[in-house]
Write a new protein. Structure first.
Length: 501
């Protein structure tokens, strides 16, 4: 057999083998498609459901947050829930519109529960029917997708402390009141508790803490409108008084906060001042000799309300030892110092109440600058037991009966002591790890310049030179001009509301 005949016989064999292979490939492809198409369909439908569920979760979160933010329209939990859930439902619908990507039967449910004394927890659950396209070959037309969103709202106990000192007079005082009222309106009547302290040399509890601060008969904003500006700056006593109000409320589970506003440096403090029982040499008071000169100051001639004179063993147990002494020209170590005024005021009057009732023959009742005739020295602690020593250096007497005691006849001493007390008060407040009080401070660049270092330390701001990461962190906001106060207060409000939710 020739070669050509052999080759011609092999051609049909190869063709038959190739035909058989092609038939097998078609069969294998058909079999694979039975699994591949459902897998591809499952992937498409599952991907669609994943997108729908993600949008549903976002809608539940938005509804919970919106409801928590709006728990403010009623005085009872039932009333608040009814009104707030309407708002929450609106946010859900805005984030997950009806028929979104072909969904049907969407059913959100919002519940509000008081989970402890000061916290409300909002839970939003929702289900929807996600359409099936490729998987209908298995007999189903929809699949159920579900999601849950939660948000908690803690009650806020907040003391607002506003500086009404003389440097605030005029436009700054007006701008401060406007900004403070806007700030107050950001909080929740019937849920949050707000109070107000204003201060010059004396401190005025203008509005005891109340949860009805927006009620027409009890408007906190009306109290803010009544503020008049004048006097010195008793930072420490006003600040610690705010803390004492939070202690009185005594709600450890709430957000306990102090928002402290000032436009300058501390120039006053409140303490039990010892009466001067011996004559000594110190700077003059402008009456005995010039304020820049030294001269012999006689002992005090004060007589207390029991008729005891300074030489009596029982002297020092009565009210005039509790007062405030203010600094004059703080750049001048030998200028005037003034006193004594009562620790607490009973009105918004800019005339801090001079302490005179119950005492006779005291020099300070004749003229405020004569207080150094009656005051022996600056004590080691203020009226609240807070140390008068600290990071600001203070000048002491170096001889005489009061050797080693802090001098009351130097204005810069008064300011340094006032700064130390405010700083130490902030440390003492942060040490209460039960209430965990947070301090927010706003500093307006006033006539004398604001003490940024002190206010950052009081707030335990992250940029403070003594920041303590083991204690509650606050925030210091600087306002270059009074026109910036609205923005400064709004910044603080946003921080507080963020924590409350």
């Amino acid at each position: 057999m020739s070669t050509s005949e052999t080759f011609s016989r092999q051609i049909p064999v190869r063709r038959r083998r190739r035909n058989r292979e092609e038939g097998m490939a078609v069969m294998l492809t058909a079999i694979m498609l039975l699994f591949t198409i459902p897998a591809m369909g499952l992937a498409v439908d599952a991907g669609l459901m994943y997108v729908i569920r993600g949008r549903l979760t976002a809608a539940c979160d938005a509804a919970s947050l919106a409801t928590a933010r709006n728990l403010n329209l009623g005085l009872t939990l039932t009333e608040q829930t009814a009104s707030a859930t309407v708002r929450g439902t609106a946010f859900f619908n805005a984030n997950f519109p009806a028929g979104y990507m072909g969904t049907t039967g969407t059913a959100p449910a919002i519940s509000v529960a008081q989970t402890n004394l000061s916290t409300l927890t909002v839970t939003t659950t929702a289900t929807t029917n996600s359409p099936l396209y490729f998987m209908r070959i298995l007999g189903g037309t929809t699949a159920v997708a579900g999601a849950v969103g939660k948000a908690s709202r803690r009650d806020v106990n907040l003391m607002l402390v506003l500086d009404r000192s003389g440097s605030m007079s005029g436009t700054p005082c007006t701008d401060m009141k406007t900004a403070a009222k806007t700030f107050v309106n950001m909080f929740v009547n019937g849920r949050d508790t707000l109070g107000l302290i204003s201060f010059g040399s004396a401190v005025y509890l203008a509005y005891p803490p109340s949860s009805t601060f927006k009620d027409p008969s009890n408007l906190l904003s009306s109290k803010i409108d009544s503020i008049t500006c004048g006097g010195w700056t008793n930072t420490s006593y006003s600040y610690y008084s705010a803390y004492q109000q939070l202690q009185t409320i005594n709600e450890p589970l709430a957000l306990n906060m102090i928002v402290f506003f000032t436009d300058g440096i501390p120039t006053a403090f409140t303490a039990a001042f010892p009466i001067k029982t011996v004559s000594d040499t110190r700077f003059g008071d402008g009456y005995t000799c010039g304020t820049g000169s030294t001269c012999t100051m006689p002992k005090s001639k004060c007589i207390d309300d029991n008729g005891y004179a300074t030489s009596h063993a029982s002297w020092g147990t009565f009210a005039p030892k509790i007062g405030a002494m203010t600094g004059g020209n703080l750049a001048n170590s030998t200028g005037d110092t003034f006193g004594l005024v009562k620790a607490a005021a009973t009105s918004f009057s800019t005339s801090d109440p001079i302490l005179s009732s119950g005492v006779t023959s005291c020099a300070f009742t004749e003229a405020a600058a004569k207080a150094r005739r009656d005051i022996a020295y600056i004590p080691n602690t203020d009226a609240n037991g807070i140390s008068t020593s600290g990071y600001r250096s203070v000048t002491n007497f170096t001889s005489g009966a009061y050797n080693g005691r802090k001098r009351p006849d130097r204005p810069n001493n008064v300011s340094s002591v006032a700064i130390n007390i405010a700083d130490n008060a902030a440390s003492a407040i942060r040490s209460n790890t039960t209430l965990n009080v947070i301090t927010y401070a706003i500093g307006l660049d006033g006539n004398g310049g604001v003490d940024d270092v002190l206010l950052k330390r009081m707030a335990n701001d992250l940029t403070s030179n003594n920041y303590d990461n083991t204690k509650t962190s606050g925030l210091y906001v600087y306002a270059p001009n009074s026109s910036d106060l609205n923005q400064a207060f709004a910044r603080i409000a946003s921080e507080i509301l963020r924590l409350a939710q």
